[in-house]
Ligand binder design. Sequence first.
Ligand SMILES: Cc1cc2nc3c(=O)[nH]c(=O)nc-3n(C[C@H](O)[C@H](O)[C@H](O)COP(=O)(O)O)c2cc1C
Length: 389
Amino acid sequence: METAGESHGEALIALLSGVPAGVPVDLEFVNRELWRRQQGFGRGGRMKIETDKAHVLSGVRHGKTIGSPIAIEIVNRDWKNWEEKLPVETGDPSRHQPVESPRPGHADLPGALKYNFPDARYVLERASARESTSRVAAGAFAKLLLRHLGIEVASHVIRVGRVEMNRPAAWEEIVAVTRKDEVLLSCVDAETEARMREEVAECARTGDTVGGVFEVVVHGLPAGVGTYANWDERLDGLLAWAVMSLQAVKAVEIGRGVTAAESFGSAVHDAIHYADQPSERPTRFVRDRNNAGGIEGGISNGENVVVRGYLKPISTLRKPLASVRFDTREATAASYERSDICVVPAAGVAAEAMVAFVIAQQVLAKFGGDSALELKRNYESYLEQIRQY
Ligand SMILES: Cc1cc2nc3c(=O)[nH]c(=O)nc-3n(C[C@H](O)[C@H](O)[C@H](O)COP(=O)(O)O)c2cc1C
């Protein structure tokens, strides 16, 4: 997957290769994923300007993938207000809009130093999480491929600032949250969500921001995806990289990885049982809890894969921290541009895309196939193999 585009440029681009031919494409679903990324209580003004829409340029014909690279364009509707500020050609320098003092917590200062820019405008344009829009568009195609095999990916929010949800969420509850037509903080528990809203509202009042924790769950993935054979093929490592690569994510947890570090082994590892009756799962080897988050030794074990992402608070503050002007070196307040206060639900949607992408890649690596038919045949034959084991 490759992405291109600037936050206030003409459009964002996603380019996805390797999707087999014949996967049914539901553009409404792709656009709904883009919409979900734009939602949440505590978002800034931009969401009102743009409703993102995927414009598929290639790789899909008559409602199905054709095995060719899939190119997707998402137009920035705000471009008309930025054409003169951020032209492709030199343009009129008096119309340009430099970011004159770097914002702590952003790429502004290291980016300007690294690329030798006189200010942080170009840094902000690409480091911005607007880029995650492209990932969500491409990730929607990964989800469509996985759905074809009966594998689903969803997310919910378990912490906003100081407010934490302190009960487990059932898969059905998480799915219900992702289907809502009004997105607030994507917490499955209404009482906790109300307290999360109050946390965000307090930040809106004081000019501050919050972070939090989202949890992505993969449901229906059979045991055997990923491997311990080589360090760079371990599923937990691949997922951690993909989720950590999202803007503002500063820690990734697989299953109960964080609390496991402070617990005894007997309280952490998930005992193995053999079920009396077959179920919809391919094997009868089951667990009565899932602290491992569905991965042992870098391989999926047939339980739900559970990945948590920890977000730092949003860096742009309405009540800015101290900074220094790039031109005069004088002390000043950090630049402020319209900004979100809380993005945990949206980050969860972007993380779903990244998780779906990694799982789809690993599924394709294991089962292969140039067409959806061939992939499914290979996949079902493997399910039968582990059913017979
Ligand atoms: C969905 C999403 C939306 C974001 N929106 C903003 C925003 O409006 N303002 C802001 O300062 N940071 C926002 N961020 C976070 C920054 O993009 C990120 O913190 C910054 O680029 C620095 O990168 P790093 O935190 O990964 O080091 C957002 C992050 C995500 C995932």
